[in-house]
Structure formats: C-alpha cells, structure tokens
Write a protein that binds this ligand. Structure first.
Ligand SMILES: [Zn+2]
Length: 507
C-alpha cells in the first residue's frame, strides 16, 4: 500500500474544504431578482384569485407544467451540469410543490445541450442571446457555471428575468439540490420575496431595535407591519406571509428572533420557512396557501397558455431494486472501447440515465439516456477506474436514487481483435429491424466449418447456425423472422482459427 499519495489526497481534501467554508462566510448566496425586477411581476388581489377560482375550478385544482433544462457548457462543450443533478433537483422541486397539486415534468426528454461560453460564464450580460435559445413551450431554465449579476450583497445563485421570461440557475445549486430552483420558479409564477423592498438587511447596529421609519431606506418601499394593516401594499403584497426585513440574510441558521420591532412597536416575527425568503438551513421550506393561489392564477392566465399541453406526464413512483448485471463489481473489462453495461430494470421506469465517471478525474464523465436495460459503450479510455451509475426515472418522477459500482478498463481495443484470416468483415444493415435479415460481407484466407451466432449483452446465445467458410469473398446471412426482440446484441463468427465479434442493434 502506497501511503503517501493517500495522505496527499487527504491534505488536498482538507484544504479545499477550508477554502470553501471561508468563501461562504465572505460571500453569501442570494437571488438575482432585484426590487426593480419584482416591480415587473403581476400583482393579483385576493378578489382576482377568488373570481378566477370560481370561473376555472379545473385549471386551479392540479396542473402539469413542462420544463426544459438548457444545460450550458463552454464553447468546447466543457463544464456542463450533470443530468443526475438535474433529476435530483427536479425531485426536490416536485416535493416542494406537491401538496399544491403542481407537477413539473421534463418536456421532450427535458435536456437541451447548449455550448456557449457567453451564456455559460457571463449570463447576465447576454440576456438577448439567452432568449434566442428558449424552447418557448416550457418553463425555460438555463443551468450555467455562474449566474452573477454583479450585486454587492453576495454571490448570485440564480434569477428569473421578467423581461426575457426565463430562469438562470448556477450549476452548483443543482449539485446541492438546493431550494434555488423552487424559489426562482416561484418568481416565474409571479411571487415576490417576502422581504421585497429591502435590498440590504435592516441595520440593527445603525438604527436600533425599533425601526424608526415607515419606508425602506434606498428603495422607498412601504415597510410591512406586523398587524397586517398594509399587507396588500408592502413586502410581497400577500397577506398570509409575515413581514420580513431581510434579516435572514444575516444568519446561517433557521432563526427569526432578532429582537426587532416594526414601526408600530410590534415585535417582528418573520416566517423563516418560506421558499421565497432568504433564511438558511431550515429543515423544510414551503409556500403559503395564498402564494400558491397566486402562482396558480399566473399559471392559468392567458399569458401562460404556451405551457398548456396535452401530454400526460408519468408521475408513477418507481419502486423495486435495480441490479447491475454487467460489468461486475470491480471487474476489469478488457475491451475498453467496447464495454457492455446491462442491468435488471425496475418496474414502472420509462427511462434510465447511465453515468460513467472517471474515478481520478470527476470532470471526465459520460452520460447516456436509454429506454432499454442495456448499453454498449465505446467512449472509454484504457486502464482507468470508472464508476458506473444507473438511475431509473419517469418524466415526472425523478426521485429514485442511482445505483452504482466501480469497474476498470483493460487495454484491448476490440476492433483490432479480428483473426488474421479475415478481412473486410462488414455487417449490414446495422441497425436493423426485428424481421430484417442481417448480412455479413467478408473476405477469408481460410476455409472450414464455422458458426454464426447472435447473443445478448449478458452473453446468452439467442440464435445459432452452422455455416461453411470458403476462401475468397463471400456473403453470410442470418435470417430474421421477428424472433429477436429489439435491443443490442453481439453477432459472432466462431472458427478454430479465431472469432470475429460485432455489436449489432435491432430496432
Ligand atoms: Zn428571489
């Protein structure tokens, strides 16, 4: 056992952790939606909500909302968010909105890969460019490296653009499954911050424990009172959310007793569990009933008709145990550029996300989405340790945890494996269809008995026929009569001189 590299890795890990913690203390995260931007959001009165509820009970009860994730990388395709992180964050958002009958689902697969350095690293300066990439029939969410808007308050975690009608979220929020996405989607559907009007926290040291003014210094917004008398005209303009003077930003904990008194002298009691607020580290964040009413009214308003869709998302909870069949735990797969990955699927899953990460370099990762229970992967490098994850999901259920194991690659390149007597071994059509004959054209410098077989990724022989190989060019045919299901298979010519194997796909 080589001790020194391990100690070095440990030391690097400790150093990285310390840097991260101190950076968080210096730059707290915030939302990039400013008071000016909030002024552009529609305001709905209690009466608006009541009238709408009576007129459109069906659109108010429960609603499915399509979401398109634009996964942005730099111009050479580096730095893109992992799909796994998006699926986890979508799970969290669906949980946050679940009790209100709102279901978010992946529209058309849900991922649009976009390689653009301007959007990736400097999105706030490129709003017009962002708009050109919108889906237009979904909630458009762009996941970028950073979402900075140049605010002095802290690092911007994400924002909703009322002008462009899209959401930006920085990549790290997805990796952390933070509440940022639920918060920004709240803005998308008209919700303001409970502390709206406060662009800095109330300054207790300067002004004392009793707020000495009726409007917020700087913005001139009306200060919301604890007695509820001005709740429709101040803060988030919603009356079942408590006054909030942005003091959540001054603490790292879920704590709201700051000993501050409103302009009437009533003790300030904010609601630290609101998703739209800035309090930290609470066990759960929620939307108030009146916030949800307003969000739903916005969802159902004519301006949001582009979200209407006849698609019925699959919300079915996925249960059962997913088991990886191939490769085995810590198996070395000799043919690094031909790795069979297969698993025993789980009931009710429409899709599988397959992720392969280089153990030594986590930025080096591969991801694939498939409805099948097997994949043949040709992208990997020789002599590496990889970690394989398989995560089943449906377009509106993404909460099943991924199942994974480590494996290694050898240094054998499959295409160099044909025995020397064979040349020009071509299989077509590939892909083929279930009832379409598969043809092999080949040139041989040997003659004799052989077999031609088709086996699945687990190695089980599905079809087998004895053939005769002659010297020279020839054509071999495997007759298909629809007896092989669609999937990925190996076609193998076996002789005493050696074997030739090709991956084939039957659709
Ligand atoms: Zn916000």
């Amino acid at each position: 056992m080589n001790i020194k590299p391990r100690l070095l890795i440990l030391a690097l890990f400790v150093a990285t952790t310390i840097v991260t913690v101190s950076a968080q203390h210096q730059h707290r995260g915030e939302c990039g939606v400013t008071y000016e931007m909030e002024q552009q959001l529609p305001v709905y009165s209690k009466k608006d909500v009541q009238l709408f509820k009576e007129a459109n009970p069906e659109r108010f009860a429960s609603i499915n909302i399509p979401v398109m994730f634009h996964t942005v990388a730099n111009s050479v395709g580096e730095g893109r968010v992992k799909r796994k992180d998006i699926l986890k964050s979508l799970c969290r958002m669906n949980n946050d909105y679940a009790e209100h009958g709102v279901v978010y689902y992946l529209k058309d697969g849900g991922f649009n890969e976009l390689d653009n350095s301007n959007i990736f690293s400097n999105v706030s300066m490129n709003g017009d460019l962002v708009q050109t990439f919108k889906d237009g029939a979904a909630v458009d969410i762009f996941i970028t490296e950073n979402a900075d808007t140049g605010s002095s308050l802290g690092t911007t975690l994400g924002f909703y653009s009322p002008g462009g009608d899209y959401i930006i979220i920085r990549k790290k929020e997805m990796a952390d499954s933070s509440g940022t996405m639920s918060h920004e989607v709240g803005h998308y559907f008209s919700l303001r911050h409970p502390h709206s009007g406060w662009d800095q926290p109330y300054d207790i040291e300067t002004y004392g424990n009793s707020v000495p003014f009726n409007t917020v210094p700087g913005t001139g917004a009306l200060i919301e009172l604890m007695d509820g008398s001005n709740c429709e005209d101040s803060g988030d303009k919603i009356c079942d959310t408590a006054p909030d003077y942005l003091l959540g930003f001054t603490t790292q904990s879920c704590f709201d007793n700051f000993g501050v008194f409103d302009p009437n002298g009533d003790a300030l009691e904010s609601d630290e569990t609101l998703s739209m607020g800035y309090f930290n580290n609470c066990p759960k964040y929620v939307f108030s009933p009146q916030q949800i009413d307003r969000a739903k009214l916005n969802i159902a308003s004519p301006g949001r008709d582009f979200l209407l869709n006849t698609h019925t998302p699959n919300e079915t909870e996925i249960t059962g145990d997913l088991a990886i069949i191939s490769p085995g735990f810590q198996e070395t797969v000799e043919t690094y550029n031909g790795v069979e990955v297969s698993w025993e699927g789980v009931q009710d899953a429409d899709l599988y996300l397959v992720e392969i990460v280089n153990f030594a370099d986590p930025a080096d990762f591969y991801e694939y989405t498939t409805p099948n229970e097997a994949l043949f992967i040709t992208d990997l490098e020789p002599n590496k340790v990889y970690f394989l994850n398989v995560k089943p999901y449906n377009d509106a259920y993404t909460c099943y945890p991924e199942v994974g194991l480590p494996f290694l690659t050898g240094d054998v390149e499959t295409s160099l494996n044909d025995p020397s007597f064979v040349s020009d071994f071509v299989v077509y059509p590939n892909p083929s269809h279930t009832n379409q004959d598969i043809i092999v054209d080949m040139m041989s410098e040997w003659s004799g008995n052989a077999t031609l077989s088709i086996s699945d990724l687990a190695g089980k022989v599905i079809k087998h026929q004895a053939i005769q190989i002659s010297n020279g060019t020839q054509q071999l045919v495997t007759n298909q009569s629809g007896d092989i299901q669609s999937g990925i298979y190996f076609l193998k010519l076996s002789t005493v001189q050696g074997n030739v194997t090709r991956k084939i796909v039957i659709q």
